[in-house]
Design a protein around this ligand. Structure first.
Ligand SMILES: [Zn+2]
Length: 411
């Protein structure tokens, strides 16, 4: 996908329209097209839009309502969406024909008269491939259902592969996962370390030796399926929003070998002017120096918080008190780095994802204390900080959300 394609990606409304077709559910001619992860569009449509965008938008509205609420009657959907009964009947008929919505029995009415027919999203229509490239040394993948539950897994050790060999490993892992699916595949989602543009080109991922790697294009070409490649922390924040009950104004900090973040503002993912929003790992924290970083600067957030450095420091500590001091200092540095972000964006929630033995405890406590001390209590006092409940599967599940959002307009 070229830069021009990126600029043409839809700015509002309609997601790609999957029309029921035998092979993979997509209309002929659309199969090989890489589906960019729509930017600047709220994840969960909730209001009506202009007539020219209305149909696609209203389809997503109906699908989204069923996706989040489960079984509803046509009248329930009309009430929830604010659309007319006639519009709902029309859209539902279309969605049933396409196999995206199914009738799910009758609700015995409390009132006399004909019982209402219940509808649901056809949760057995598709499966999704989710791939996580963020773990050091191993690519992980899964087949997921439309509710983001993992049905089967596959891992591929990297054995130091970089550049084209790393790309070949992604393709090999995807091949195994596609072979493991038992329903048509809605699409392939990939969370990659580094900076990824909206066309799924990995602009820079030094650990994997990628610079300008068109990973999304390679996958789309190989599998003739919709593919979305995005930064791993940006994928993770979507998983937290869809499956972790996260607020719509929040930031997810992903701590591993490196440190990255994903941002949601008013339910809309934030990518930034050069697609590097959330890249806080190489922001220098404080003016008092610090350890030298791989990027050449001193005292980057990553030098305080990256897991290799923290694990080494803890291993060298001689007492529990010393370990607590190390973890508290890392937490304070994270708080110092985050306070201006929380203040500027008025975030409601910060979620931490990474090794629990490092993050959950003195480190998290020091982070929230520092944040509270450095922001205005009346606007930021109810800020919460917590660990993700999604564990190590967060990136794969977020990759599935990218596919769901891009293809069905639901999340
Ligand atoms: Zn650095």
């Amino acid at each position: 996908m070229t830069a021009a394609d990126v600029q043409r990606s839809p700015s509002a409304g309609a997601p790609a329209n999957p029309v029921a077709a035998p092979a993979n559910g997509f209309a002929p001619g659309t199969t090989a097209r890489a589906q960019g992860f729509a930017s600047g569009r709220a994840l969960r449509p909730s209001t009506k839009v202009l007539p020219e965008h209305a149909r696609g938008h209203n389809r997503s509205l109906v699908l989204q309502t069923l996706y989040r609420s489960g079984q509803l009657s046509r009248a329930d959907i009309a009430r929830e969406t604010g659309l007319t009964r006639v519009t709902i009947s029309d859209l539902v008929a279309e969605l049933i024909t396409e196999g995206l919505v199914v009738e799910a029995g009758q609700r015995e009415g409390v009132r006399p008269g004909k019982p209402a027919t219940m509808l649901d999203l056809n949760r057995e229509a598709f499966q999704i491939i989710g791939i996580d490239l963020s773990e050091y040394g191993t690519f992980r993948g899964a087949v997921l259902d439309l509710d983001g539950q993992i049905l089967s897994r596959a891992d591929l050790p990297l054995d130091g592969a970089v550049g084209p060999d790393a790309t070949a490993a992604v393709l090999a892992l995807a091949e195994r996962l596609v072979a493991a699916t038992t329903l048509p595949v809605l699409g392939i989602g990939v969370g990659s370390p580094g900076v990824v543009d909206l066309g799924g080109v990995v602009l820079s991922a030094p650990n994997l030796g990628w610079a300008g790697e068109p990973l999304q294009g390679f996958l789309a070409e190989r599998f003739a399926l919709p593919v979305v490649v995005a930064n791993d922390a940006n994928a993770a924040v979507l998983a937290e929003h869809s499956f972790g009950g996260a607020d719509s104004d929040m930031m997810l900090i992903k701590v591993g070998h490196g440190v990255g973040a994903g941002l949601l503002l008013d339910g809309t993912p934030l990518f930034g002017s050069r697609f590097a929003a959330g890249e806080i790992g190489h922001v220098v924290v404080g003016t008092d120096g610090g350890a030298e970083c791989v990027c050449g600067k001193r005292g980057c957030l990553e030098t305080w918080l990256g897991t290799p450095r923290l694990d080494a420091a803890l291993a060298a500590a001689t007492s529990d008190a010393q370990k607590t001091t190390i973890l508290r200092e890392a937490g304070q540095r994270l708080g110092i780095a985050l306070a201006p972000v929380v203040g500027a964006l008025n975030l409601a929630e910060v979620v931490l994802s990474g090794p629990t033995h490092l993050l959950d405890g003195p480190l998290a406590a020091a982070t929230i204390e520092t944040l509270r001390a450095r922001t205005m209590a009346e606007f930021h006092g109810d800020l919460t900080l917590r660990m993700t409940a999604l564990g190590e599967d967060i990136v794969m599940r977020g990759a599935a959300v990218m596919v769901l959002s891009g293809q069905l307009g639901v999340s």
